[in-house]
Design a protein around this ligand. Structure first.
Ligand code: ADP
Ligand code: ASP
Ligand code: MG
Length: 446
């Protein structure tokens, strides 16, 4: 039996933070911990910045950014009592990669992954060496497809590889340190799981190894009722259902990568979210056992998104309209989040980077399309949402003066989503938090 402990970027940002992590790992040694680390602090952002500078041909700028990252890593290594020389080969690799990008002025997703993966490779090498733990290359087991930048993990292959290569290294009394976020294709090319993907790694490895628990250690006391940066009075949630957590993550609660919950659900492994700086404090347990029956559990928001409203006067007469409509999105690989239908129109939300021009061109051949960019989705999540009367009335009363452009109850019972202008989203979240969470909303209130 093993325990997966994942520490995010802020938890390993510098030597002092790494010492706190080391003591948490030390205390967990009897549970055969697998320690999954993110890159130090904002290293991944820095690597992206350097790569983009190189792509513009600004090699000096790229190398200067890299130099700052190197100095930061070397300082942490020295402060933790290691020689920093062992970090040098990774930085040499990075310099070569950046020079290549600058020469060609070309940055493919594959090259960007090769560059970005160094963040986690460095943080784990540094931590494992300084603390005397075993280091494991996650790419030996984290098999993905070749969609660079958003590799889709192959859970069956991961389970088999983890059983063969990783499980034998785990044992009570010692820890194994590995990277979040990174993987490899069958041919051994480095991939990443997308930004924030270390949570997903932890859940995938937890499921593959049949872990007792997946701990996500971060900079907040668990999942809160809203993003504390938006709502300073957001409250901790001691227990959360898998479905609620998945919905919050999908709708913007950055505390969990959106795909984290699925492997845990399938393997029935509880996920806890904990504060590295306050290990004795409150935390959230996410599991399938929870049936809190809360009308509203938490709020999340995500943006910017684009709203497309597609109308056709022939819509009612033509039963194939929706099929035709979604075929267009399918062909362009654009994923649709929310859908609301009225008698003669359908509104839907798309990611801001969807191929808008091509979509509008194709849709215009059989419908009238209007486009509203710069919108945000605000999601109200709760297990008993649909069955509690008065929630929408209270929500709309609270939102007076903010234009709600679209409402969607979602396919499931537990999410009520509203679309507002992106600049109104923080205020909308604060007001909804006041009306739906700070004021009790039991049963048929409001
Ligand atoms: P890590 O680097 O540990 O992965 P992240 O920055 O990815 O940390 O996630 C933690 C952050 O998520 C918090 O600092 C908080 O600002 C943000 N966040 C957004 N929504 C929520 C929420 N509902 N509960 C807790 N934190 C949230
Ligand atoms: N380091 C990666 C990122 O910043 C992955 C992670 O931290 O989860 O996106
Ligand atoms: Mg994160």
């Amino acid at each position: 039996m093993t325990l997966v402990m994942k520490f995010g970027g802020s938890s390993v940002a510098d030597a002092a933070a790494m010492r706190r992590v080391a003591s948490l790992v030390q205390a967990a040694l009897p549970g055969s911990p697998l320690v999954v680390l993110s890159a130090m602090g904002k290293t991944t952002d820095g690597l992206f910045e350097a790569a983009r500078a190189a792509e513009r041909g600004a090699l000096d700028e790229a190398l200067a950014t890299l130099g700052r990252l190197q100095a930061h890593h070397e300082r942490a290594a020295t402060e933790l009592g290691s020689e920093a020389a062992f970090l040098e080969p990774a930085f040499q690799d990075l310099k070569l990669l950046l020079r290549g990008v600058a020469l060609l002025r070309e940055l493919s997703p594959r090259t960007l992954d090769a560059i970005a993966s160094h963040g986690e490779l460095l943080s784990t090498r540094l931590f494992a060496k300084a603390m005397g733990h075993a280091w494991f290359d996650a790419r030996e087991v984290m098999r993905t497809d070749a969609r660079f930048g958003e590799g889709a993990p192959d859970s069956e292959a991961i389970a088999a590889l983890a059983a063969a290569k990783l499980a034998p290294k785990l044992g009570a009394g010692s820890a194994v340190v590995t990277q979040g976020y990174i993987g490899a294709t069958e041919e051994g090319l480095t991939t990443t799981l997308g930004r924030g993907g270390s949570d997903y790694t932890a859940a995938l490895l937890g499921a593959a190894l049949g872990a007792t628990e997946v701990q996500i250690w971060t900079d907040v006391e668990g999942v809160l009722t809203a993003d504390p940066r938006q709502v300073p009075g957001a409250l901790p949630i001691p227990e959360l259902g898998f479905q609620e957590a998945a919905e919050l993550a999908a709708f913007g609660a950055k505390v969990l990568h959106p795909a984290t919950i699925q492997p845990a659900v399938e393997a029935k492994i509880p996920v806890t979210v904990r504060h590295t700086g306050r290990p004795e404090g409150r935390f959230t347990t996410i599991s399938g056992e929870v049936a809190t029956g809360r009308p509203v559990t938490a709020l999340a928001s995500r943006g910017p998104v684009t709203v497309l409203t597609v109308s056709s006067s022939r819509m009612l007469a033509q039963s194939g309209f929706l099929a035709r409509l979604f075929d267009v999105f399918g062909r362009h690989g654009a994923s649709v989040d929310l859908v609301a239908t009225a008698e003669v129109s359908v509104s839907l939300t798309l990611e801001a980077d969807a191929p808008l021009k091509a979509l509008v061109k194709d849709l215009s051949s059989f419908a009238t399309v209007t486009v509203s960019e710069g919108r945000a989705i605000v999601a109200v999540v709760g297990e008993r949402l649909k069955r509690t009367p008065g929630i929408s009335a209270r929500a709309f009363a609270a939102l007076q003066g903010i234009n709600v452009e679209m409402i969607s109850m979602g396919a499931n019972e537990i999410n009520l989503s509203l679309v507002v202008r992106a600049e109104d989203a923080p205020e909308a979240v604060r007001r909804l938090h006041g009306a739906l969470i700070e004021q009790p909303l039991d049963g048929g209130a409001a």
